[in-house]
Design a protein around this ligand. Structure first.
Ligand SMILES: Cc1ncc(COP(=O)(O)O)c(C=O)c1O
Length: 264
């Protein structure tokens, strides 16, 4: 952003893509091949409650602790001239993790005080998968980075939604050989028509509630299930060694193998 430093904050365990800058802001060891980064980044707590040091706190106190962490990080590990905070409402590659409802809204109040933009990365959670068109509460963010995968249902197309003054801040020309190609645009329009005509958001909310209830009911019987979490049809199960929180690689590998689709 012109006029501000290139520092940005974000939530640990996040993933934002494979370009140099995107790897640089990704807070997930398994997806960060290099520590080199074109931007300075600080990380804050909140997105992975199951393994957070604040996990035993009730929702409101958990939110307060994470907000205080954000205030501390801005106050101590940045120059004070922070461009943005970027977060996934539900972290996809991080394990379908999220904080309690209201966490990002509470953080945004702090960001507004400091004039820091909020970018909501909804590449995985957007377009109705969670039961909402965009994760509830993030549409009104000052900055909102939006959605690739669900928009084209496999066709390469993505989008960004933001306030006009933010979109207009890039003064140089831009161009992409395949940008706006008619097939991808027609595909994206068809996907959005289908999504709205068939109310797929309501379907994701209804089927997701059923699935969540079934999984939660099964949890006490299956000590290998440490946590069941998510929204709508974006649901994750954390597999652990029975009796603790140690991740069970064996159970995860077995689950992957058993659910693998074999093409014939
Ligand atoms: C949450 C999230 N953000 C950003 C990206 C990057 O999207 P793309 O592969 O279109 O660059 C991904 C890709 O997996 C993602 O999962």
């Amino acid at each position: 952003m012109p006029g501000v430093s290139e520092t940005c904050e974000q939530i640990v365990h996040c993933h934002h893509g494979r370009s140099f800058a995107a790897v640089g802001i990704t807070g997930n060891r398994g997806w960060s091949a290099s520590a080199l980064s074109p931007v300075r980044v600080s990380y804050v707590h909140g997105g992975y409650r199951y393994r957070s040091p604040f996990r035993e706190l009730p929702d409101n106190e958990y939110i307060d602790a994470c907000v205080q962490d954000l205030v501390d990080v801005v106050g101590t590990s940045t120059s004070g001239d922070v461009a943005c905070m970027i977060a996934e409402p539900i972290q996809g590659i991080g394990g379908f993790t999220s904080g309690p409802d209201g966490l990002l809204g509470a953080m945004k109040e702090v960001l507004d005080e400091y004039g820091i933009l909020f970018i909501s990365d909804e590449v995985q959670s957007g377009w109705g998968r969670t039961g909402f068109l965009g994760y509830r509460g993030t549409w009104r963010g000052s900055g909102r980075d939006n959605l690739a995968k669900g928009l084209g249902n496999g066709l390469a197309v993505g989008g960004v939604v933001a306030r006009g003054d933010i979109m207009d801040c890039f003064t140089a020309n831009s161009f992409s050989t395949f940008g706006g190609n008619p097939v991808a645009m027609a595909g994206a329009n068809a996907v959005l028509d289908y999504l709205l005509d068939h109310d797929l958001q309501a379907n994701a909310a209804a089927r997701g509630s059923e699935l969540m209830a079934g999984l939660r009911a099964a949890t006490p019987e299956l000590p290998v299930i440490g946590d069941v979490r998510g929204k709508g049809l974006m649901i994750g199960i954390e597999l652990v060694e029975p009796g603790g929180r140690t991740p069970s690689q064996k159970a995860a590998a077995l689950a992957l193998e058993e659910t693998r689709v074999v093409a014939c």
